[in-house]
Design a protein around this ligand. Structure first.
Ligand code: FAD
Length: 386
């Protein structure tokens, strides 16, 4: 695979770079990640601007409002957004997970109803997979969906649901067959977050922000036509969602890590670094180059098959652990200034925030232990752990 841009890709990149230069509001530049700021009106306006310029859903079919562009354009888009330190489109779950799952398993009516408002940022989605007793082990889901005539009645609790406080829709994994256990008897539903019986309670995390939530469902009525895929086959549909969750983000993560390491180099130049610390910075830079090649392999797989491969797990694993090391090293370089809080901290508390937020990166979208299991079994072909 030739890793350089083709002339056509280079033109797309240059056009996008110029557009970002001209259109990214100064107040959003240097957006520090996390979903906490996503309820601000300027985030919705920014997402709408991306949509109007044709940058939302680049690879989605034109008939549903997308750009029918090749995956390489999406990779370039994610890279350039990260390099410009621009916030992502507000529809993180809609674009990355709900939309691709609806395209793969949804009815024509579901595609017509839901895809365009995701792109235009008119409707926000959240993901209701994790429960107090089902995180890594998603097959432990206990939220029930009981079929009653032409609708399901949903009862139960989800947890750690990012964006639920601003969401209009939820992709929900439920147990529809009370006699079933594990992977069987699950049904994947599209749930209206404004329906009676849906209660969202924000959870505060280590950064002090509240990005994710508990969701309680009490007798929530969901029309039977909102089943995604077939009744009882929710596990297969959920696997499509998880492949997409990790599969297409590699380039954004790699570019974000590059930005972070460049900032670390600037910090080291500013504050000084001893020989061992310089060695560690060089090590992080080398790891980044390896990640670049893994992502290229992933992309060539995606271009060939249209389905993200398990390599996406490597990118997420490598990025999340590297980001924790990089931000920890930055705090070491800050020395006695490291414990200072926001207003008093050097560089506006950037590094303190980054280190605290990075703790969640090795948990969300699959913990490091789970991703290592996936790499061992599905990339390397080692025997199953259970
Ligand atoms: C910032 C953030 C955002 C999130 N957003 C969402 C969201 O929008 N929607 C949603 O549904 N969920 C979300 N989650 C939840 C996330 O998916 C779960 O936290 C994650 O899957 C782990 O599940 P758990 O917390 O129940 O931990 P557990 O599954 O209980 O794991 C506990 C520990 O045991 C280890 N472990 C578990 N099983 C194994 C195994 N088989 N082999 C080796 N080690 C194992 C884990 O690695 C971990 O260290 C989010 C989490 C975070 C931190």
């Amino acid at each position: 695979m030739d890793l350089r841009d083709t002339p056509e890709e280079a033109a797309f990149r240059a056009e996008l770079r110029a557009w970002l230069e001209e259109n990214l509001p100064g107040s959003l530049r240097g957006h520090r990640g996390g979903a906490a700021r996503f309820d601000e009106p300027e985030m919705r306006a920014w997402s709408r601007a991306l949509y109007d310029a044709g940058y939302a859903g680049l690879t989605w079919p034109k008939e549903y409002g997308g750009g029918s562009a090749p995956y390489t354009h999406q990779a370039i888009f994610l890279e350039e957004i990260a390099r410009a330190e621009a916030p992502p489109h507000i529809g993180v779950i809609g674009l990355g997970m709900a939309g691709p799952t609806i395209m793969a398993h949804g009815s024509e009516a579901q595609k017509q109803r839901h895809l365009a408002p995701i792109l235009s940022a008119e409707e926000i989605w959240c993901q209701g997979f994790s429960e107090p007793g089902a995180g890594s082990d998603l097959a432990g889901v206990r939220t029930t969906a009981r079929l009653d005539g032409d609708h399901f009645v949903v009862d139960g609790q989800k947890v750690w649901s990012s964006f639920a406080h601003i969401a209009d829709w939820c992709i929900l994994v439920t147990r529809s067959d009370p006699e079933s256990s594990r992977h069987a008897g699950l049904t994947y539903l599209i749930v209206d977050m404004h329906a009676p019986g849906v209660e969202v309670r924000p959870l505060r995390q280590i950064t002090g922000e509240a990005e994710f939530n508990e969701i309680f469902f009490t007798g929530v009525e969901v029309p039977a036509e909102n089943v995604l895929g077939e009744i009882g086959e929710g596990w297969q549909v959920a696997m499509t969602t998880l492949l997409h969750e990790r599969g297409t983000l590699g380039f954004a993560l790699q570019a974000a890590l590059e930005v972070q390491i460049r900032k670390l180099v600037a910090l080291a130049q500013d504050r000084g670094a001893d020989a061992l610390q310089r060695d560690r910075i060089a090590h992080e830079w080398s790891e980044l180059q390896a990640l670049r090649f893994t992502n290229a392999r992933s992309l060539s797989q995606l271009v060939k098959t249209g389905i993200p491969g398990p390599e996406g797990s490597i990118a997420k694993l490598v990025w999340s652990e590297a980001n924790q090391r990089v931000t920890k090293l930055a705090l070491e370089l800050l020395g006695p200034d490291a414990p200072l809080a926001d207003g008093n901290a050097p560089y506006g508390g950037y590094w303190q925030y980054q280190q605290l937020r990075s703790r969640g990166n090795t948990i969300e979208a699959g913990t490091s232990e789970i991703l290592r299991n996936i790499v061992a079994e599905r990339v390397l072909g080692l025997p199953k752990s259970r």
